[in-house]
Design a protein around this ligand. Structure first.
Ligand code: GLA
Length: 381
């Protein structure tokens, strides 16, 4: 990938720049908990973005996406926002950096990636954190800390891409470390690395290749439901800042005051926050059966209470259960994308084969299969 990028960069700009990279992510458990102040448990993966970048002294950005085969130029003022969605991520990162009082000057860039788009692996966070890291390195002497780099990516989503996401994806791609998952408390931003080398098991992603058009508005709607439930609970329990602070019984107290839909969303979130902690405890005991069982519970919640699964993902989950796969669930925001599966080594081949065959027979297209390698996040190459 690096060679391809270097060739294009040379062709377009006639010089050489520095290379920066960042990663997509998986999440073992803790879905839709981040914007509720709860725990998540992600890790960066060996699929990501690589960008070659060089300051150009022109006061504007000249960018080429090799994957989309498109060239875009934009200035660094608010009014200069490009219309191409991929370029808005880069523009947003520049603007959010400037808004925080840091420096961004014009630069040239060519970049490419291998995070499958729309698979729930956070290709957008990989893009944001690559550029946030690079802009910090090139123009700010690395004065911006990694927490702020993650927040620059998150604010880019909020203010330039219309997704009111939490901090998980950008955090994972800024803090990711080879071989380790990160348990993050999204309220305090305290985090802990957990070495993740499950002996006798593999993690595999099965990508339904389904993408839902209205995913970002549906995502924002889920968030609004949670905030509505939290606000109702707060009237009785002022200490509830985020939904994750609420006890299950406190939610029951307000059931008749909020739409049933919001109640179900909140019920899922409160359960999920606890499951992350249970999974971390189980991992420390080497108890993968419990980890897997929690993953199935999460899938149930995401499908029936949070309603972010779909027929294809439910099918893959059911098949995993039938084949005695240890754990399986829809991963990421939902509305399409992947299931993440914890599979015993001896079952791996049969599971992948059967899932591919049966899914293809039912839906008329084959799923994609990705093995997971937990890797480093944002960095200079
Ligand atoms: C998307 C968002 C994250 C998180 C997940 C669901 O990936 O970007 O902030 O909310 O969905 O866990």
């Amino acid at each position: 990938m690096k060679t391809k990028i270097a060739k294009k960069f040379q062709e377009l700009f006639g010089c050489e720049g520095d290379f920066f990279a960042s990663a997509g992510r998986i999440n073992l458990i803790g879905e839709h908990t981040d914007y509720n102040g709860g725990y998540v448990f992600p890790g960066a993966i060996d699929k990501g973005i690589i960008a070659e970048i060089k300051p150009n002294g022109l006061g504007k950005v000249r960018a080429f996406s090799l994957d989309i085969n498109e060239y875009v130029e934009f200035g660094l003022e608010e009014a200069d926002a490009p219309s191409q969605s991929w370029a808005r991520y880069i523009f947003g990162v520049c603007r959010e950096t400037i808004k925080r009082g840091f420096k961004v000057e014009g630069f040239d860039t060519a970049f490419a990636g291998d995070v499958p788009l729309g698979a729930g692996l956070s290709s957008s966070a990989a893009l944001e954190s690559t550029f946030a890291y690079a802009v910090n390195y090139l123009f700010n002497g690395e004065k911006i800390d990694r927490f702020e780099l993650a927040k620059i990516g998150q604010s880019t989503e909020h203010n330039y891409c219309g997704v009111k996401c939490g901090i998980m994806d950008q955090f994972a791609s800024c803090f990711g470390k080879k071989g380790a998952l990160i348990r993050l408390n999204c309220k305090t931003l305290e985090y802990k690395y957990f070495p993740f080398e499950p002996k006798g098991y593999k993690l595999v992603l099965i990508d339904s290749c389904v993408k839902h058009e209205l995913a970002s508005s549906a995502y924002n709607k889920r968030r609004a439901s949670c905030e509505n439930a939290a606000a109702a609970i707060r009237k009785n329990h002022p200490e509830v800042e985020f939904l994750s602070d609420a006890k299950r019984v406190w939610l029951d107290e307000v059931r008749s005051e909020i739409p049933e839909e919001d109640f179900l969303r909140a019920e899922y979130v409160i359960g999920e926050v606890q499951r992350v902690l249970d999974v971390c405890d189980a991992l420390e005991r080497g108890d993968y059966e419990t980890v897997g069982e929690m993953m199935y519970q999460t899938h149930f919640g995401l499908s029936k209470l949070y309603e972010v699964s779909c027929e294809e993902l439910d099918f893959l989950n059911k098949l995993a259960r039938k084949m005695d796969v240890t754990g399986s669930r829809v991963m990421g925001g939902g509305f399409g994308g992947c299931t993440i599966n914890l599979v015993k080594d001896e079952l791996y081949d049969a599971f992948v084969k059967t899932a591919t065959e049966q899914f293809s027979a039912k839906f008329g297209h084959a799923p994609k299969v990705y093995d997971v390698v937990i890797s480093d996040g944002a960095r200079k190459l």
